[in-house]
Write a new protein. Structure first.
Length: 276
């Protein structure tokens, strides 16, 4: 078996989330792979446009929804530009799933606080839908999400769905200057809005994903609210390449993000070398 040979997948649907961010819905061409494929929320894959290279993205859909997987990506280089050129019905490659996952089963019976910025909502989206599809197993669900501007908010239709649910507390925000005349959400940075929302840390877990600078300033807010580091989860997916611990690109000290992660607690992050 060639570890680097991807499964062939067909693009069954696409959504342009923002001017530079697109979501693909992918279906496996091999019926046996389609039948047996399984993953856990937080895991990632390697997505390829044949002849152009591979990109590392999380699986943005929930494992509770069978028959397809989804990924979201920004167009930033050669490979993502090639992926962006593909259309519904085209074939591309997928390797995975790789890495560890968010321990949602450990969180059952607890409240969940999701904090995300920009495209960092993609891995969080997987956990949110997983939890909402199993809603009776969790207590309060709070979502704090922000982006630079209204046009940079991803999954706008799902944000509307979550905001309309009586069992979800949604707080949306954009950076100062990023609002539009009809914007009804908050204006401010994610850590500030999180502190204002002040979700209870009692019997709760937090999941945080987004730009490193956002995570840097969000962790102290969560600690101030009473969240212990071992109950705060985040990802380091931006550092991975091969997915199987061979290329060495993602190592931080003794840790290989693609094998030991990409999901880490804040407690685990605190033990990593300063280069992180």
């Amino acid at each position: 078996m060639n570890l680097y040979e991807p499964h062939r997948v067909r693009i069954a649907g696409l959504v342009d989330e923002t001017p530079d961010t697109r979501t693909f819905r992918l279906e496996f061409l091999d019926p046996e792979v389609a039948r047996t494929f399984d993953f856990k929320t937080g895991q990632f894959g390697e997505y390829s446009a044949f002849g152009a290279g591979e990109c590392t993205f999380c699986i943005a859909s929930s494992p509770t929804r069978a028959g397809y997987i989804e990924c979201s990506f920004k167009t930033v280089g050669k490979a993502t530009t090639a992926l962006r050129a593909l259309s519904v019905g085209d074939t591309m490659g997928f390797r995975g799933p790789y890495g560890n996952h968010f321990p949602l089963e450990k969180m059952e019976g607890s409240s969940l606080v999701f904090v995300a910025g920009g495209i960092g909502l993609a891995p969080v989206r997987s956990v949110i839908w997983n939890a909402l599809d199993l809603r009776g197993k969790f207590r309060d669900v709070t979502i704090v999400y922000g982006a630079r501007s209204v046009s940079d908010l991803v999954y706008k239709r799902e944000l509307a769905d979550w905001g309309a649910r009586p069992d979800v507390k949604l707080h949306q925000t954009v950076d100062p200057g990023g609002e539009t005349p009809d914007w009804k959400g908050e204006i401010g940075f994610v850590p500030t809005v999180l502190e204002k929302a002040a979700p209870s840390a009692t019997n709760a877990y937090a999941v945080v994903c987004g730009p490193p600078i956002m995570i840097k300033f969000t962790l102290p807010v969560l600690r101030k609210l009473g969240f212990a580091d071992e109950r705060i989860y985040t990802t380091l997916e931006n550092r991975m390449k091969c997915g199987i611990g061979k290329c060495g690109r993602c190592n931080i000290g003794p840790v290989y993000v693609c094998k030991d992660g990409p999901v880490f607690t804040a407690e685990e992050l605190a033990k990593l070398p300063p280069e992180f």
